[in-house]
Design a protein around this ligand. Structure first.
Ligand code: ATP
Length: 246
């Protein structure tokens, strides 16, 4: 029997913004499981998530989601993907429930009333269904963004610093959800600056610097000191340098 296609494949992906190469020939295979994407500010991490999510077209290169060419069939792969980015993608004038029902209809989900109540409960927002998002705190918006991104039960989750703004209880809730998703067959790319979180939540890591993949490996058996050394060696002398146009 042929082995299943890897969850995510990037082949020589380049993304240019004028003279800046945000991604500069990235090759990456994520067979499944969770991979943490590390790298300094401006390294290209968010750009990589956006091109995998088909929100941004690469200038060159191939992206395949479970064997499907994301450039040729973006709608097909999008149904499988959940993205939590720096933007919450929430409508401020709608209530929490209206936001989730809107996204649920976009994904063609049934049992919406039930699903929405459950999703709100899972992120600790029970009782806030009828409140407008405009009045939510930053952490509450982030909780709702998590509910929005996972409502359609995607098998690929792309998380761009998803812990930002969350309180201790919400951080624990999200960590627990990510741990439960893995055995359920969900593939995760987690962008984080927190090396401990990388070790706790991912089996693999990849380090981007100036749009290039400069190191990758497995987290098993690695201590925080090992990983820190690996990170510093990978981006040595460039820690504070934001890429400038060539
Ligand atoms: P951070 O850790 O600060 O979030 P990052 O690794 O996610 O950084 P990106 O946001 O992917 O970095 O940015 C990579 C490079 O691409 C930067 O030089 C940035 O200025 C540039 N870039 C990203 N998006 C755009 C855009 N829409 N227009 C112009 N340049 C962009």
């Amino acid at each position: 029997m042929p082995s299943p296609a890897p969850a995510i494949v990037l082949e020589n992906v380049e993304k240019r913004y004028g003279r800046i190469a945000a991604l500069d020939g990235v090759d990456l295979i994520v067979p499944g499981g969770a991979i943490a994407l590390l790298g300094p500010n401006g390294a290209g991490k968010s750009t990589l998530l956006r091109v995998v999510a088909t929100l941004s077209k690469p200038t060159r290169g191939g992206i395949f989601i479970r064997g499907v060419d994301a450039r040729k069939e973006p709608e097909r792969v999008r149904a499988d993907i959940g993205l939590i980015s720096h933007q919450t993608h929430l409508y401020e004038d709608l209530t929490a429930g209206e936001n989730l029902r809107f996204y649920g209809r976009l994904y063609g989900l049934g049992d919406l009333k039930e699903r929405v109540l459950q999703a709100l409960a899972e992120v600790g927002l029970s009782g806030r269904e009828h409140d407008r998002v405009r009045g939510f705190s930053r952490g509450m918006k982030q909780r709702l963004a998590i509910a929005r991104a996972t409502l359609h039960q995607p098998t690929i989750l792309l998380l761009d610093e998803p812990f930002a703004g969350l309180d201790a209880a919400a951080r624990a809730m999200l960590s627990e959800r990510l741990r439960l998703l893995r055995p359920a067959g969900c593939t995760v790319i987690l962008v984080t600056h927190d090396l401990q979180r990388c070790l706790d939540l991912a089996e693999r890591f990849a380090i981007l610097n100036r749009g290039r993949l400069v190191a990758k490996g497995e987290t098993a058996g690695k201590s925080i000191e090992n990983l820190k050394r690996c990170y510093e060696n990978a981006i040595i002398q460039r820690l504070s340098a934001i890429p400038a146009p060539e």
